[in-house]
Design a protein around this ligand. Sequence first.
Ligand SMILES: [Zn+2]
Length: 322
Amino acid sequence: MPSSRREFMKAAAVTGALAMSRHLLKGEAEAATPPIDRDLDGVIEMHVHADPDVRARCIDQLTLTRQCRQNGYRGVMYKCHDFITNDIAYLLRAMVPGIEVFGGIALNRNYGDTVNVQAAKMATQVTGHYCRCIWMPTYQSAFDQKSKGGVGVPVLDEQGKVLPEVVKVMELCADADIIFATGHSSPDECVVLTAKAKEVGVKKTVVTHASQAPWKLTMEQARICIDNGAYLEHCVLPYFKGPHAVVPGYRNQKQVSMEEFAAYIALAPDRQYISTDLGQALNPNPIDGMRTFITGLRKVGVKEDVLTLVSKTVPARLLGLD
Ligand SMILES: [Zn+2]
């Protein structure tokens, strides 16, 4: 068994045992149980998928929010490709006190064939104001669709300039002081978008899953985006890809090693954060994924203060929790 798989199974066993013992002892009162895993105490998950959704997920938002709280998380932000998530965040907060829950909107084709400024604006006005991120198109981005022979929702015009509706969304993010995220834009598009976002005055630009193919930035592009004032997100998801992947579709995709993640983080730890991007059916529980990520980075030499920065401090800053 490869070591990554072994680590995961060990982590899964620990989580399972913890959850069960707490459940047996206290039932709902388990909310008051102090967190046991120091690594997860105070962590904020910035990118995770859960039911209800259009795609098959391994867990629902209510169950995962409860598990996150039990494990000491400070917060969680849900992402859905097709619908806003900050409306449910409002209800999750009422149902699971003691954890910050956020959401946002990904501007895919559900909201039109072009980036829909009105949809983004309305998302920021939903009860509770828990919309903390507006993602540019993801699986329906022009970049993703091009490789599949389709036509996606564009962010740049033919000349490679940022489209006016995208600039309007940047302005919206700047005014609301929330995250403008690149979604599934190409690495080259990310360079252009981050430069424009800086010009517009966005304080919280994020290059989504910056170390994951096919959106993977080169180290040079990563440096440029950081110089443009952007933050880079690193998701553990591609660590679970490769020949031993549980998800059949991931077996012919390349694994991103902990060493690679660490190399990006070393560029500027205070401008980057980690998340999981997990939640797919068959993939590990996102909490096990987060533990695997933190312990894995530690094993390849990432220092404790940096681990705290990328898993807690920077996410808190981006969500306005400081
Ligand atoms: Zn995702």
